[in-house]
Design a protein around this ligand. Structure first.
Ligand code: GLA
Length: 388
């Protein structure tokens, strides 16, 4: 991939030295959904698909971006002194947001750059193509402009900050953290209340992780996401009148049951219930994996989906169909929606011997039911962002 990126770079930006190539992966979350902005735990892993950049510093302040993912191969130009989000800027709002976030932290780039991008995460799949682009840009800036003290965790935080304040999605830290900190063959057990984490080997004796892409993305994803977050904040503030907690992740299931009536609004109460139970499920799931109890891990994944569907209401008919059909197949250990929701992908643990049937049967039924194909990816867990 490095050669291709370098060749494409010289085709569109001209020959020359000092071109560097970087990669940042997408992620899939195994369990712990909508817990990361509630001070709870998540358990994502980095994928081997992601976003690549070939970059070279300029001598002026211009920023010139080109994506190999679009047919027209048009260079989108901007300027370091004009780091404001705009509709015309399209996808370049993501790298520009990260440049802005660096500057906000006192790390101004001293010249512009030419940046050629290529991504192989399917569009709108909920596998974090935007987070990977943010972390990628952060790594580019850190490496090319000599900001050596910036750590990979900082890159995740800067990416999240830019998404929150430049691109208008009030996301948590999970996606950027997984893209920056991923480790081959491991998932990251991250406590989002203080960013402590452990790597857990993903050993699924005789089974694999399979992602199924529904290839639907319902509109208003960002606004529905932001609304869920506000509902959790409302529930938290009601609970805080009764007890001393910093986030919903501080509560055990028993405490939630005891205090839940202090949450005035029934919808906010259901959202909070999901956040509390999902956090506890994540902790239990990681313990189960450590003990090699894949069956329990799968059961907790199934419970996670039901809660996201019924209490958090972030699933949709197409994704529920994929989950329901997957559950009918022998050899499916667990299956759930993954990521922000309202479309996107499911993640399933499937026994090796059932993977072909899984793809065939669900593929055919999905096409007949929904009218377009689903896509399947058997997951390889990769490393976090790095130079090539
Ligand atoms: C999106 C957000 C994450 C997280 C998930 C839901 O992917 O970017 O921060 O909240 O949704 O778990």
């Amino acid at each position: 991939m490095k050669e291709t990126m370098l060749n494409d770079f010289s085709t569109y930006f001209g020959e020359g030295r000092d071109v560097e190539v970087f990669f940042a992966p997408g992620r899939v979350n195994l369990i712990g959904e909508h817990t990361d902005y509630n001070g709870g735990h998540v358990f994502p892993c980095a994928l081997t698909i992601g976003t690549y950049a070939a970059v070279r510093k300029r001598t002026d302040n211009k920023l010139r971006f080109l994506s190999m993912n679009f047919n027209n191969k048009a260079i989108i130009e901007s300027d370091l002194n004009d780091l404001k989000p705009s509709e015309e800027a399209g996808w370049t709002n993501y790298p520009k947001g990260v440049m802005w976030a660096f500057a906000e932290r006192g790390m101004k780039m001293d010249c512009g750059l030419d940046m050629l991008i290529y991504g192989n995460i399917p569009n709108g799949s909920g596998l974090s193509s935007s987070a990977s682009l943010e972390v990628l840009t952060g790594l580019v800036i850190k490496s090319l402009y000599g900001f050596d003290k910036v750590t990979m965790v900082d890159l995740a935080l800067i990416g999240q900050y830019s998404e929150n304040h430049f691109n208008g999605c009030n996301c948590g830290i999970m996606d950027q953290f997984a893209s920056a900190m991923g480790k081959k063959d491991h998932a990251i057990f991250l406590d989002t209340s203080d960013l402590t984490y452990e790597y857990a080997p993903v050993k699924l004796e005789g089974a694999k992780i399979v992602i199924t892409n529904s290839k639907v993305k319902h509109s208003l994803v960002d606004s529905a996401y932001n609304e869920r977050r506000q509902q959790c904040e409302k529930a938290l503030s009601d609970l805080q009148a009764e007890m001393d907690i910093d986030g919903l992740g501080d509560l055990s299931e028993e405490e939630f049951e005891h205090y839940q009536n202090s949450i005035a609004d029934p919808v906010c109460r259901r959202r909070a219930k999901h956040a509390v139970y999902e956090n506890q499920r994540t902790i239990k799931a990681v313990k189960a994996l450590e003990k090699g109890d894949i069956t329990l891990f799968g059961e907790l994944m199934n419970q996670s989906h039901n809660s996201l569907r019924d209490d958090y209401e972030v699933s949709c008919d197409e994704v529920d169909f994929l989950v329901d059909e997957a559950r009918k197949i022998e050899g499916v250990i667990g299956t759930r929606i993954t990521g922000g929701g309202f479309g996107g992908c499911t993640v399933s643990i499937v026994k090796d011997g059932a993977i072909d049937e899984f793809q065939k049967v669900i593929g055919e039924k999905y096409l007949a039911e929904v009218g377009h194909d689903a896509e399947f990816y058997v997951v390889e867990i990769g490393d976090g962002a790095h130079a090539l």
